[in-house]
Design a protein around this ligand. Structure first.
Ligand SMILES: *[C@@H]1O[C@H](CO)[C@@H](O)[C@H](O)[C@H]1NC(C)=O
Ligand SMILES: *[C@@H]1O[C@H](CO)[C@@H](O)[C@H](O)[C@H]1NC(C)=O
Ligand SMILES: *[C@@H]1O[C@H](CO)[C@@H](O)[C@H](O)[C@H]1NC(C)=O
Ligand SMILES: *[C@@H]1O[C@H](CO)[C@@H](O)[C@H](O)[C@H]1NC(C)=O
Length: 273
């Protein structure tokens, strides 16, 4: 589980927002700010109302996200100063870490994008988005892929790894939290760990569209790599050669299935066929 560097980022679909990227060094098992997008800074009328609404929005998200299994969306204010927001913590993250991650990404948003009305902040453990436009429930396919360009996997595991992730794209929409983990047993070549998630404001069918679009769009860049992550506005995928997530059990299901095995996912695919 050593240090892990992400060196390249690829954007899917030219986003309408102006782009600020940080070059970064991620330890795969730690939280980290990964990327952000801020709309152009502009001064606008009703700015002080907007700032007051934003403050109350961010407080509400940080308070409610952790107690709603990591997802919360709401809006504050009215008409031209109304602001919509959502948070989505990664499904394996504890409520404490979720709350702390939301607070930290709020602080980050206010320091990096102080004059912006459309803001997206990706941390490894949580996702924060707010805007004066109501984006809630509307699928947006903007995504960024993060990977080390030369970190190729064992060629004999590449197609199994791709199947693992396609399996997740098919089954995540049917999970109560739209979050799932899958493990590929590679024998002497080691295990591969996949995880995928959608924000819970979108429908299951949009979740499936979102994940499959990421796999299609980035296939040539991520397809042969052993460590990569894709961050979108509505869905996310992670793939690593070490267990980068916390042990997870679905709080909405009664008994303790800890990790979905590759077998579970394959069964799912076979059942659909
Ligand atoms: C965000 O990440 C960048 C690059 O890794 C780092 O320099 C910066 O200090 C981080 N900021 C915060 C608030 O965590
Ligand atoms: C939030 O920031 C504080 C102070 O930098 C840090 O100690 C804490 O670990 C961060 N929380 C998360 C979840 O990243
Ligand atoms: C990318 O991966 C290669 C192969 O594993 C490694 O040698 C190199 O140090 C990595 N680059 C960075 C910047 O992490
Ligand atoms: C997850 O649980 C297993 C078995 O209980 C343990 O060996 C492992 O260290 C745990 N991993 C994490 C990241 O907590």
């Amino acid at each position: 589980m050593g240090a892990f560097k992400f060196v390249s980022m690829f954007f899917l679909f030219t986003p309408s927002l102006s782009l600020i990227l940080c070059s970064f060094f991620c330890r795969a098992d730690m939280n980290k700010n990964c990327s952000q997008q801020c709309s152009k800074s502009d001064s606008f009328s009703g700015e002080s109302d907007f700032k007051a609404n934003l403050k109350s929005l961010l407080e509400s998200l940080a308070e409610n996200g952790p107690v709603h299994n990591g997802f919360y969306s709401t809006s504050k204010g009215e008409s031209s100063t109304q602001i919509f927001g959502l948070v989505q913590c990664r499904g394996d993250i504890s409520a404490n870490n979720c709350g702390s991650c939301i607070k930290n990404s709020s602080v980050f948003a206010l320091s990096e994008c102080p004059e912006s009305r459309d803001v997206v902040i990706w941390f490894r453990w949580c996702f924060l988005r707010y805007s004066t436009d109501n984006f809630l429930g509307i699928l947006d396919q903007t995504s960024v892929a993060v990977l080390n360009d030369t970190n190729y996997d064992d060629p004999s595991l590449v197609s199994d790894g791709q199947s693992l992730m396609s399996g997740l794209a098919s089954s995540v929409p049917y999970q109560s939290l739209m979050f799932q983990i899958a493990v590929l047993e590679g024998g002497v070549r080691g295990k591969r760990y996949g995880m995928a998630q959608c924000t819970r404001d979108i429908s299951g069918s949009d979740c499936g569209l979102c994940l499959n679009a990421q796999l299609d769009a980035f296939r040539t860049t991520i397809g042969s790599k052993k460590d990569w992550e894709v961050y979108g506005f509505n869905c996310f995928m992670w793939y690593h050669d070490h267990q980068f997530y916390f042990n997870f059990s679905d709080p909405t299901s009664g008994s303790g299935r800890t990790i979905w095995s590759c077998f579970g996912v394959l069964m799912m695919v076979l059942m659909i066929l």
